[in-house]
Design a protein around this ligand. Structure first.
Ligand code: NAP
Length: 298
């Protein structure tokens, strides 16, 4: 068997079309969705990534401001900036980009992002709201996995999904997004042994560990769908996932590629979340009538 490729590009294309509709609807009311990306590092790949978000935003009609506080920014400066942006009426979405300066703890900063503007689900309140079924933005990467499965018609309802990785960015929010869609979910981590006992029992396996090649053919039941969230840069500069694609392709019915899979979808989702947040803000201010959109997109 050679697995079908769950390419991210067609999924992102559909999401960009939805974004275009939302941006046009807002423009008709004189509203431009505003995204602020706060950066405090001189890490070149972070700057490259942030510029790529700004470029995509410009194309989509989203006003994106990169706020670079420099690699020696203090925790207090970052907190003040996040608080100001949370209160700023022109800013609808806020991203705090990691890495942060040495000694600055991300956990101390993200609670300062107002949940209605927390378009990458970084504030722990967003995860808590998601857990109890209240409207909230999920981290774009976790949501990208669900968007991918839905786009390719992979059944989730009533299915056993095993997620390898329990981070607050991927594994934990994914648990709630999948439960919301009536999957039975198993979450694995570094103490889940033997890992294959959990992964082979599932019809869908999602891998988000940061361990290149962790999941091989022996971890996957014949015909299962495998989504690889991992992005690892090897010593030779190659970008690879957490799944050993060459062996898994032989047993899985479908596999997402790296690069070109989940990562391709996240920027479109961040912008879409910003447009959703802008609409919700306009509804609150009485500029637009309520549509329940935040609940349906989350
Ligand atoms: P993380 O915070 O380091 O979490 C890694 C998780 O994997 C932990 O829960 C860890 O278990 C688990 N793990 C590690 N080794 C394992 C093993 N041998 N067996 C089973 N589980 C194991 O990582 P993350 O932020 O979630 O990111 C995971 C991967 O996704 C990385 O490659 C990252 O680059 C990628 N990522 C991609 C995107 C994208 O847009 N495509 C976005 C975010 C992240 P413990 O909890 O027990 O330590």
């Amino acid at each position: 068997m050679t697995a079908a490729s769950l390419s991210g590009a067609p999924v992102a294309k559909v999401l960009r079309a939805e974004l275009e509709d939302r941006v046009s609807e807002l423009a008709a009311k004189g509203i431009v969705p505003g995204l602020a990306v706060v950066v405090a590092t001189d890490n070149e790949s972070t700057h490259w990534y942030v510029r790529s978000i700004a470029k995509a935003a410009a194309k989509a009609g989203v006003d994106c401001r990169i706020i670079d506080l420099g690699p020696s920014a203090s925790s207090a400066q970052l907190k003040t900036m996040l608080t100001e942006l949370s209160e700023d009426r022109q800013t609808h979405g806020i991203i705090l980009q990691t890495p942060l300066p040495d000694g600055v703890q991300v956990d101390e900063l993200v609670p300062n992002i107002e949940t209605g503007k927390d378009i990458d689900g970084a504030n722990p309140l967003s995860l808590g709201r998601l857990a109890v079924g209240l409207p909230a933005f999920a981290p774009a990467t976790a949501r990208a996995v669900v968007e991918m499965l839905v786009h390719y018609g992979v059944p989730i309802d009533g299915r056993h999904v095993t997620v390898v990785g329990r981070s607050a960015v991927v594994g934990k929010p994914l648990l709630h997004l999948l439960l919301e869609r009536n999957a039975s979910v198993t979450i694995c981590h570094s103490r889940s042994r033997p890992l294959e006992d959990y992964t082979r029992a599932a019809g869908v396996v999602v891998v988000a560990t940061g361990r290149p090649g962790l999941v091989t053919d022996r971890h996957v039941a014949p015909g299962a769908v495998v989504v690889d969230v991992g992005t690892n840069v090897l010593e030779d500069g190659a970008l690879v996932g957490d799944v050993d694609a060459r062996s898994v392709e032989q047993v899985a019915s479908a596999l997402s590629p790296v690069p070109g899979g989940v990562g391709t979808i996240t920027t479109a989702l961040l912008l879409l979340h910003t447009a959703v947040a802008a609409r919700a803000a306009a509804e609150t201010e009485g500029v637009l009538v309520s549509s329940g959109i935040v609940r349906s997109l989350g």
